[in-house]
Design a protein around this ligand. Structure first.
Ligand SMILES: Nc1ncnc2c1ncn2[C@@H]1O[C@H](COP(=O)(O)OP(=O)(O)OP(=O)(O)O)[C@@H](O)[C@H]1O
Ligand SMILES: [Mg+2]
Length: 353
């Protein structure tokens, strides 16, 4: 406590004149270790008072900042969400607490925890507002760090779960393969079921490796083609073209991953099963970006049966019925068309978000 204050507090005892209430207020504000600022509630909101703690917090001394708008503290961020809320509350004549990103005189940023209240004149109109400020930067950094740590832990856990699901599904797929071997009369059905389980396992395997909201279509297609190629004799050739910027890979939303994997699996199995095969007639899978969508095309030699119409649901078996029902919401599309001597199935997916 400074000499002045001591004198002031004991002044009355010493027979000196009692302090005026305004002096008392000013001295009290100067003694507070929170920054205090009073600004006019009109015009450009010019500052009419700051206490020493404000000067220390912001680096602006009274002689520099008085009569300047308090907006100087907002720096280049006059559109902060809390600021908009604050304007609304103050213009309604209410008090509020907000945290703003504010800038010191030297340009450094700090998180300013402000309690703002309107001050009314004798007519009851809001003439000023008073702000009590506290540097909340450390508290925010600590919170941000805690959030980042929690997210990291969560990601690890989710990846671990994906990894375990993948392992379990591969176990199921292995079991189906053993049953297919033991019961040749059910072999094809069991093999197809095994391939479907494997396709789902592939998605979980990819999600277990890297935590992200999108999968690389390339990895997905390659993994499914590898399993299908090993299970059947028909060779599969995979062509991969670059994504939107001509460099990065084409991507698929990971929450559509299982559906997309099952559809690709069905298209590849169909191409192997219903294609004519033979010299120069393997299955070709192309992953490309057409400027707006991810396109996965599966092509084989052969003819679609007469009357086949995917859109109208004519000539479909369980496989394509399932594929159609699992198609991610529009604008994703699946089309199977006949070209001279070849069948082309095209799965078009909206851009990964
Ligand atoms: N790539 C293709 N090439 C030639 N014909 C095809 C192709 N894909 C589908 N078809 C034709 O469409 C029909 C329906 O296909 P779908 O996948 O629904 O059934 P499936 O393959 O016969 O049996 P499953 O229910 O086991 O898949 C097939 O029987 C076949 O005649
Ligand atoms: Mg099929």
């Amino acid at each position: 406590m400074g000499e002045d204050t001591k004198h002031f507090l004991h002044g009355a005892d010493r027979g000196q004149p009692a302090p005026q209430p305004l002096d008392l207020c000013r001295k009290a504000l100067e003694a507070v270790d929170h920054g205090v600022m009073i600004a006019k509630a009109r015009g450009d909101l010019p500052i009419v008072y700051v206490n020493p703690a404000f000067e220390q917090l912001t680096g602006y001394t009274a002689d520099v900042i008085l009569n300047r708008s308090w907006r100087v503290l907002h720096g280049d961020e006059p559109d902060q969400d809390d600021l908009i809320e604050l304007k609304n509350v103050l213009s309604a004549g209410e008090s509020c607490k907000v945290v703003l990103r504010h800038y010191r005189r030297d340009g450094s940023r700090f998180m300013n925890h402000l309690s703002l209240s309107p001050v009314r004149d004798e007519k009851g109109d809001v003439s000023h507002f008073i702000a009590v400020m506290e540097d909340a930067t450390e508290r925010f950094q600590w919170q941000e760090q805690r959030v980042a740590e929690a997210e990291f832990q969560r990601d690890m856990l989710v990846r671990e779960v994906h990894h375990r699901i993948k392992n379990s599904l591969q176990g199921v797929s292995g079991l189906l393969a053993r049953h297919a071997y033991a019961r040749p009369e059910l072999g094809d059905t069991l093999k197809e079921a095994g391939a479907q389980v494997n396709a789902i396992a592939t998605v979980h395997g990819l999600q277990g490796r890297v935590m992200r909201s999108e999968l690389e279509a390339r990895e997905l297609v390659e993994a499914i083609a590898r399993v299908a190629g090993a299970a059947n004799d028909v060779p599969i050739e995979v062509h991969l073209e670059p994504g939107p910027d001509g460099v990065s890979p084409v991507r698929v939303n990971s929450d559509e991953g299982v559906a997309v994997a099952l559809i690709i699996n069905e298209l590849i199995l169909n191409a192997q099963k219903h294609g004519t095969g033979g010299e120069g007639c393997g299955v070709t899978v192309t992953v490309r970006w057409d400027g707006a969508e991810t396109v996965i095309e599966v092509e084989n030699c052969g003819e679609l049966p007469a009357g086949f119409d995917l859109q109208q649901g004519r000539g479909l078996g369980t496989g394509l019925e399932l594929a159609r029902s699992m198609l991610p919401p529009k604008p994703s599309t699946l089309a199977i068309s006949q070209r001279p001597g070849r069948v082309v199935a095209a799965l078009r997916l909206s851009a990964a978000t």
